[in-house]
Ligand binder design. Structure first.
Ligand SMILES: [Zn+2]
Length: 350
């Protein structure tokens, strides 16, 4: 059985007690509210700052030259961390973090927002999902101070997360040639994480603790409640997915007592136990033409599209083996056997 809580979950709960509903500026915690020290900088209460992760501009250190955005609230409260661009081609999250931060008024903020909006900074500039050493950064956490570039960056980021974050939202999109319905993914067996996921307020929540070495999974293991917002496609900015993400983070901040709740619609959570990829079956590669769309509810046996073999003109229907909702899918393209076509979230629960 997984052991819950850890230090951060407890810290978050204590912040709720002290600051969650009413301002408690006269408590002892408030007396200790002071400048935040981060990466050699000092961010005093009521101010915000953007600065490079490290001032070292050498060839060797350039891969750590990611931007850091910090807003230190005038009043005490929890620290929410936002991470994006771990996969350099996933741009929606990069813009969500920028747009959200631009809206923050540190004079009105309770607590601290730390955003690392472009963690694979080189990948964001060049449209590269992976690092310059061709590794997937989101399998390298918690990392270590030596070793590959991936493990060095992971370690640098994870050190900030462990030292400062009471909760974490990691922003992603689908991978190459695929699209995701806006959704939250989270380890719902942890009640603190579950509440964060539901209070993001955008509807679909899919259970799962994430792969080994992902920032979300390793943060949760270290006792820092973490969720992922997944929305849209890589390589582009998508207005609806970005705006929904900004709203979701604002909802989380209000839930944590960092801001007043603004008047905006939140969707009731639709919680799914898991998801499963439907793939092109063996020997049936060809040109993929979907008919089902993101967000469609499907039943077992439904046709979701077809794959045409361009040499024989044989057409194979893609049949859903399960009932659920389509939360991710491939765009129309040539596909080979085993290629992941549709991601179906299954078993909606209460
Ligand atoms: Zn990603």
């Amino acid at each position: 059985m997984r052991v819950h809580s850890g230090r951060r979950n407890l810290a978050l709960v204590l912040w709720f007690v002290a600051f969650g509903v009413t301002s408690a500026a006269t408590t002892s915690a408030a007396d200790q509210w002071d400048a935040l020290q981060l990466q050699g900088r000092e961010i005093v209460p009521g101010t915000r700052s953007k600065f490079p992760f490290i001032p070292d501009r050498s060839f060797e250190a350039s891969y750590l030259n990611m931007p850091v955005f910090v807003a230190r609230g005038e009043n005490p409260g929890p620290t929410l961390c936002l991470t994006a661009g771990i996969h350099g081609d996933e741009l929606n999250g990069v813009e969500i973090a920028r747009r959200l931060f631009a809206k923050i008024d540190p004079q009105e903020l309770r607590g601290t927002l730390i955003a690392l909006p472009s963690i694979n900074a080189e990948g964001v500039r060049t449209g590269n999902r992976y690092l310059s050493d061709r590794r997937d950064l989101n399998r390298a956490f918690p990392g270590r101070s030596g070793g590959s570039v991936a493990s060095i960056i992971a370690h640098a980021v994870f050190t900030i997360v462990q030292s400062h974050c009471d909760a974490l939202v990691d922003l992603h999109t689908a991978s190459n040639q695929r699209a995701n319905l806006p959704q939250i993914r989270a380890d719902l067996s942890d009640p603190v994480i579950r509440d964060l996921a539901i209070n993001f307020g955008i509807g679909i929540v899919v259970a799962g603790s994430g792969p080994d070495g992902s920032l979300r999974r390793e943060s949760a293991k270290a006792g820092i409640p973490a969720i992922i917002y997944e929305a849209g496609e890589p390589f582009r900015f998508q207005e609806d997915e970005i705006e929904r993400g900004v709203q979701g983070v604002e909802n989380v901040m209000a839930y944590l007592g960092m801001t007043e709740r603004v008047n905006q619609e939140t969707s009731d959570a639709r919680i799914y136990e898991g998801s499963r990829w439907i793939r092109a079956t063996f020997g049936h590669g060809g040109f993929f033409f979907p008919t089902a769309k993101l967000g469609d509810t499907v039943e077992t046996g439904d046709s979701l599209g077809h794959i045409v073999d361009p040499l024989t003109d044989a057409s194979i229907e893609v049949i859903s083996p399960i009932a659920g909702v389509i939360i991710g899918m491939a765009v129309p393209q040539p596909v080979l056997s085993g290629y992941a076509l549709f991601n179906v979230a299954w078993h909606e629960t209460d």
